[in-house]
Design a protein around this ligand. Sequence first.
Ligand SMILES: Cc1cc2nc3c(=O)[nH]c(=O)nc-3n(C[C@H](O)[C@H](O)[C@H](O)COP(=O)(O)OP(=O)(O)OC[C@H]3O[C@@H](n4cnc5c(N)ncnc54)[C@H](O)[C@@H]3O)c2cc1C
Length: 420
Amino acid sequence: MTIENIIIVGGGYAGVKIAQTLEKKLVGNNNYRIILIDKKSYFYHIVGGPRSAIEHINNIIPYSHTFKDMKKNAVHQSTVVRLEKNKVYLDKPFENSIELPFAYAVLSTGIRYPTPAKTKALEADTALAEQREIQSLVKKANSILIVGGGPTGIEVAGEIREKYADKKITLIHSQKQLLQTGIPDKPRAQILHKVEKNDIRVILDDVVELSNELIEKSVFVPQEPITTHKGQKLGSVDLVMLLFGSRPETEWLKDTLPLSDNGFVKVKKTLAVDKEGFENVYIAGDIADIKEIKMAMKTQGHSVVVATNIFDATKGKKPSKIYKPNTTFLMGISFGKKQGYIFTPLGALGDWATSKLKGKTLFTDRTWQDMNLTEPTTTNTSKNVLSNEKVFSTTSLTIITILTLGVVVLGIYYTTTTTA
Ligand SMILES: Cc1cc2nc3c(=O)[nH]c(=O)nc-3n(C[C@H](O)[C@H](O)[C@H](O)COP(=O)(O)OP(=O)(O)OC[C@H]3O[C@@H](n4cnc5c(N)ncnc54)[C@H](O)[C@@H]3O)c2cc1C
């Protein structure tokens, strides 16, 4: 009997969680195998990205132990370039073919963020080299301009300030307040106060004009003085870090699937694609057109729904688990290892709690555990990163659990999924 493929495109927080959940559900079922496809050779723990701007952090994690059974199931490094009914096309062949047929597919290709929040490097060695290069540029610069006052820009500013008390740091943001539209005013004011208290100059409601070439570079040493759109002079700037502009990784789907104006994939309540003929294709994570703040913790709820619906379908049952968007405002912004806020619906937790719950480790150790590995204790060699031995396997308890615990302690219980 031929074994059918369940493919997962995008091995980020959502893809890995769904792959591992489905593997558990399908134990003993030899009709299906799971193939997780990512263009990178490694899992990039994005939450650790801002700290990689100033020092080594183990946020480049091998996929070597993603599945318990790596013989039956597989992780394949390839960029998926096209989706058709019941098959995808790869840029690197799997079992000698660039056409990969599937019985079920999950698409979870995430959002593109600028380096160092994310990295474009396909190989771990290159990603590590890029991180070292940025660390060295930050170390050398006396005056740093960070463009983009969303969570990423703020976190990078906090990391730099904690390590380098004397550097001049300027943060420029296009909106009238830090953070993004949709976040309540109070947290936005609180975070502004924190940033300014740390001797960071904040320029709001203004932008710097940059060529596309510079935008692509994302971190660069400016060759000429920088002036803002409104004419403010920024003085001497030795390093510019562009930390704005995120867009969904869905260009490869635009000819096949229904996308919203800003590129997110339209889904049904079951998280299946909203298009006839693609009922066996599910969407999870940041690329889903769901009205909620895009966060790794939200992918937990998506994963339960998608894995259950695919499992039910393999049993001949109609997929019936539906996803209820999680609109609870819960967001942790670390500002170095010791400061930050966790914003909850009942108010903000301050430096101590944020440091304990997020800032100190940025969940790096737990993410290694989720990948069925142990975080290396010695750092800074790619050999170390790539040859880690499996020590124990654990079910996911990442960001979501820690932050959710905080909310549970405060007496809030929020259900993200219901069954139709
Ligand atoms: C600096 C920063 C800090 C953050 N901190 C937090 C936090 O503390 N808590 C929180 O909950 N959220 C946080 N987030 C948000 C969180 O990182 C995202 O919501 C999360 O990454 C979404 O997961 P995902 O699986 O949808 O996508 P991703 O994790 O981005 O994974 C997508 C994967 O798809 C792969 N891919 C893309 N295109 C293709 C293709 N065509 N073919 C093959 N593979 C492809 C990529 O290589 C990538 O591995 C943070 C984000 C940033 C930028």
